[in-house]
Write a protein that binds this ligand. Structure first.
Ligand SMILES: [Zn+2]
Length: 311
């Protein structure tokens, strides 16, 4: 394995800011360059753990093509366990392709664009739910077979298409423009044991690599999958402790069903009952533990099963 350090700058504390790219080369002839990145959002280290385990699994193993791994895309966010970069409060996944003369996060985006996003033939971008929320779905963007190969049960195909719904400035906008097949994975996060999600992440990527014929082996049988076209984010209006009542991730939720309750941690009174605003839906983001929330935080995300593509 070959680790490349790309130095960005010197911080005011004297430390160097750098990103690290791991290159794993195949020995069985030519094949695609598969890029896998994690922690574009600093509070999503589950993806980093998936990349670590994948690198261990593939070390000393022959495969076609090569893997380019970016285990921590935003080191300052990662250090602080923050979605955005603390230094300039910018969300790295909204500023691609970046700006060399801009804020630090924009400079970081430029380096990642030049050294990584434009160097890969396939991109797998790993996200999770952050410090408190747990998520479980995969985007269908421009490579449906690869998205399906990851093996998650719920898939999200934005109904306005790739450019319509995706936020501007994501890493995906760079690869989409270039026609690079891209899979965005949302898996894990929150204050629960991440090991099952890490294991699923590694298996899912291995299965994508099998589908690409990068590694040998028969692709795994994929479970029955649900494709949704619309996601509703339900945000509590009150802050406090959010106690979830909803079914778990991947389970159906009825129209008007109670998702959770916001309680005052001071008086213990119930401040708000949070309900499913849709008809029949499927849980794709939830608080699996009783967490502190602020007004307007991510509470729950529900895929609309009434307008979806079905099973
Ligand atoms: Zn993310």
């Amino acid at each position: 394995m070959n680790v490349r350090r790309i130095s960005l700058t010197t911080l005011a504390n004297g430390g160097e800011l750098a990103v690290y790219l791991h290159e794993l080369g195949g020995t069985h002839g030519d094949g695609p360059t598969v890029g896998i990145c994690a922690a574009i959002h600093g509070d999503e280290p589950t993806g980093t753990r998936i990349v670590l385990q994948l690198a261990r699994r593939l070390a000393n193993r022959a495969f076609r093509g090569r893997l380019l791994l970016l285990p921590v895309a935003n080191p300052l966010g990662f250090e602080a366990m923050k979605r955005s970069t603390p230094l300039d409060a910018l969300n790295l996944n909204r500023v691609f392709p970046g700006n060399r003369e801009g804020w630090l996060t924009e400079q970081l985006a430029t380096v990642i664009t030049e050294a990584f996003l434009t160097k890969v033939d396939i991109l797998i971008d790993l996200h999770s739910g952050g410090a408190c929320q747990t998520v479980d779905y995969v985007y269908i963007l421009n490579a449906e077979n690869l998205s399906r190969s990851f093996g998650s049960r719920v898939l999200y195909r934005p109904h306005q298409g790739l450019s319509g719904t995706m936020f501007r400035g994501t890493a995906t906008t760079i690869t989409a423009e270039r026609g690079t097949p891209t899979v965005v994975v949302e898996l894990g996060g929150g204050q629960v044991d991440q090991r099952p999600y890490v294991a699923r992440g590694v298996e899912g990527i291995m299965n994508i690599l099998r589908a690409l014929n990068v590694v040998e082996g028969v692709p795994l049988e994929i479970p029955e999958q649900v494709v949704i076209n619309e996601i509703v984010t339900v945000r509590p209006h009150m802050g406090g402790l959010l106690e979830t009542a909803a079914p778990s991730l991947g389970q159906e939720v009825a129209g008007g069903e109670i998702l959770g309750r916001v309680l005052s941690p001071y008086t213990f009174e119930e401040l708000e009952v949070v309900r499913n605003p849709l008809g029949r839906g499927i849980m794709i983001l939830s608080h699996l533990t009783t967490d502190v929330v602020g007004p307007g935080d991510y509470g729950y995300m529900i895929g609309n099963l009434e307008s979806g593509e079905g099973r």
